[in-house]
Each structure stands twice: as C-alpha cells, then as structure tokens.
Design a protein around this ligand. Sequence first.
Ligand code: 5RP
Length: 221
Amino acid sequence: MYEQEKRLLAEAALKHVKNGMVLGLGTGSTTRLFIEVLGNWVQDGGQIQGVATSDATAEQAKQLNIPLLSLEEATHIDLVIDGIDQIDRQFQVLKGGGGALFREKVVALMSREVLYLADASKFVHHLSGPLPVEVEPFAGPYVEQRLQEKHLVFTLRQQDGQLFVTDGGHLIIDVDLERIQDVRHFAQELKGWSGVVETGYFERQPDHVLTVEQGNVRQLA
Ligand code: 5RP
C-alpha cells in the first residue's frame, strides 16, 4: 500500500544527501526504497558513509556497495533518513513497526538532523498506537503484569507464528494507546519500569518531514 507515494518520497529524500555525509539509514519499506535510490547514487560516484539502524538495512546497503560505519565507529551522524508509523499535528512520532526502534532512536538522537518520510497513511490527530515497547525477554511477564494493572490492551509481537525477536535479542509488546491521553508522559513512565529497553515514542522531533499531497512531494518542516 502507498507504494507510489513511498517511491516519490524515496526519490525526493536523495536531494537532502550531500557528498561526504555520515548518513543514518532507517528501516522499513519506505527506507528500503530510499536505500535503493541511494545505492544508484553511490554507484554513480556519490560518497557517503551509512550507519544502519537494523541488520536488514545493513544487509541491503552492503549488497548495494554503500559503505557502512557501525554505531560504535560513527563519531557523528549528519542526517538520518527514516520512515515512521504515526505522526500527529505537534510532530510527535511513533516508530518501531519494523522492530528496529532501539537503534533507530539512538541514531535519531545522535544525528544533527532528522528527516522522516511519511506517506498519507501516517498522519493522525491523536497517536493511537500501537506503541511498541521493547523488553528484555525475562522481564516480559513483569511488564505485561503492570500493563494489565493499568487495564491496557496489548499483544506480544509475533511473526510467522513465532515470537518476534529484535536485532538486540529483545521482545516487543505492542500497546494500544486508545486509553492513553498523554502518550509522552506514558512513554516516560514505561522507561522507568525495570526490563523496558525502549519505546517507539520518539522524543526527538524531526527537523524535516516529507509527504505526498495530490501526487507531489511536500516538505512540511
Ligand atoms: C521500523 C520503523 C519504520 O520506519 C516504520 O515502521 C515505517 O515503516 P514503513 O516505511 O514500512 O511504513 O519504525 O522500526
């Protein structure tokens, strides 16, 4: 779905890339298209160093001969280009639909600038979730118990009939936000629970957001 919009966004994102940049490479279907475009640009002589936000992104970048730095090697990141799951009018953002939220968040926090690619399906009045909550596997039952005490609806993420495990070896609990008025406050509270590694609420607001309106790419910020 929204394939055509994602493709337009991927092509428009390349205009923000400059020779010599250290570039954070996001995760998901939109970023996948952007990395394809970036691979062609590198093949034509463009020079950047990428920092991948997931093993899947690193794999794709390697196949396209995009030079990579690990997060440990990167002393700075100039710009990260990534997709999102939801964005509201205040530019609050939910991510982690692809399960890469932890590394995506660290890369976004490290980066001088953040550019998000958002097709029309991503815009909401109120962040409704699900909010991905990444947990240490042994703490899963404890976190679930605390969510139950708050009468929240949640699911332990599965993929192909198996528990979904992140690149960092953690589990993801997807929490429905219907009953949550203040998502920022709730995300801060979750970060205080033992066993919670990260949430998909991104405190760092984007510097730039690209979307598509009536077939044209528009920059919202
Ligand atoms: C992965 C993410 C993705 O950026 C988010 O899920 C958007 O994905 P897509 O581009 O496939 O719509 O946060 O963890």
